[in-house]
Design a protein around this ligand. Structure first.
Ligand SMILES: *Cc1c(COP(=O)(O)O)cnc(C)c1O
Length: 353
């Protein structure tokens, strides 16, 4: 075996070792009114080493690129991301001793990447990050990980959220509710349900301006809104290749202000300063629970606490921030109080079941 092969074997062993050292992220129970015969579980991904759900996909993308020979010893790894994905990738680049550069919009801080030894390249306009990352990788002879494209073929090597989640639950949940960025997490859950012939179903929650809800509902092979999502981490201007509509039983559109209200509710009831996408998850999960209760269906619903970070105290948990974006979260906070504190009901949209 050449030295290159030896490096790859050692790198994969390091990635597997990292995965095995991490305990399963905890399941937290979200408190629902007494007498509801439904339990709501949050898979707490803030317990990941980089504090975010994206830790899993970042590891899997490195493993995939190394196995394919696209990353070898010394390869400069490049990504287009100014968010949690870049932080998680910087962590794995450091673990493997690889140079790492995140190409990100001007307004992204890049602090998390730099703290982990990565470099940041800020570009403008924000949508230029993809072309810039591809060119940079080419120029330096590096590898552009391109998580939106690579997520379509990701090999989880046992590290998907789905396997862990189902292993922790006593019974199969009626619904698993997740958001979609690359679509990889939802596809992993959908594949798990089908591969094990489980009775649970998959709902994807989708913020305003995202292509996933209209694309899924219309059955269009490609669908574009061309609009960025205001909910960090989820929602895309177009259908990404990692999103597999056939694996999704229902896509639930969630107003952005409802996501903000629900993120605040998670912080109030459980504690951590979660990002708005976790609010989207809670809102969608409560919609599914409302539908179940209307039919007298009992059982579990599972969703994801995607991350928790004090910096969110300056975003979705901050009144001024929400107001400056026109996010009138108060009416949705009242809906949550009506449902959770006063045992009221929601009139859900007619359910397509
Ligand atoms: C990033 C994020 C997602 C999207 O995950 P993908 O696997 O890229 O689709 C979903 N939920 C939360 C809370 C996230 O932060």
């Amino acid at each position: 075996m050449s030295d290159g092969g030896a490096w790859a074997v050692e790198a994969i062993a390091k990635l597997d070792g990292e995965r095995e050292r991490i305990l399963p992220t905890p399941l937290r129970r979200f408190p629902l009114p007494a007498g509801w015969e439904v339990r709501l579980w949050l898979k707490d991904e803030s317990a990941q080493p980089t504090g975010n759900l994206k830790h899993r996909l970042a590891r899997a993308l490195f493993a995939q690129a190394i196995t394919a020979g696209l990353i070898v010893e010394g390869t400069t790894v490049v990504e287009a991301s100014g968010g949690a994905m870049a932080v998680a990738q910087a962590y794995f680049a450091r673990l493997l001793g690889l140079p790492y550069i995140a190409v990100m919009p001007k307004k992204s801080s890049g602090e998390g990447v730099e703290r982990l030894g990565g470099r940041c390249l800020h570009v403008d306009p924000p949508l230029a990050i993809y072309a810039e990352a591809a060119e940079l990788a080419e120029r330096v002879g590096g590898h552009y990980l391109d998580h939106y494209t690579s997520a379509a073929t990701v090999d989880w090597r046992g590290g998907s959220l789905a396997e862990e989640l189902f292993g922790q639950l006593e019974e199969c949940p009626r619904w698993v509710v997740v958001g979609a960025g690359t679509g990889a997490t939802s596809a992993a859950v959908g594949r798990h349900l089908r591969a094990h012939d489980l009775p649970g179903r998959l709902a994807v929650v989708d913020p305003e301006n995202s292509a996933y809800f209209p694309g899924w509902a219309s059955g269009a092979a490609d669908y574009g809104t061309g609009m960025p999502s205001r909910i960090e981490g989820i929602g895309r201007p177009r259908l990404e290749p990692g999103f597999v509509p056939d694996l999704v039983d229902l896509v639930v559109p969630v107003p952005d202000a409802a996501s903000v209200a629900a993120a605040r509710r998670v912080r109030r009831d459980i504690g951590p300063p979660v990002g708005a996408a976790t609010g989207t998850n809670l809102w969608g999960a409560l919609e599914m629970i409302t539908r179940m209760r209307a039919r007298g269906v009992r059982g579990d619903v599972a969703t994801v606490l995607g991350d928790a970070d004090p910096r969110h105290l300056r975003t979705c948990h901050d009144d001024t921030w929400a107001q400056s974006r026109g996010l009138d979260w108060r009416s949705y906070a009242e809906k949550l109080e009506h449902l959770l504190d006063h045992g009221g009901s929601w009139q859900p949209d007619p359910a397509p079941e």
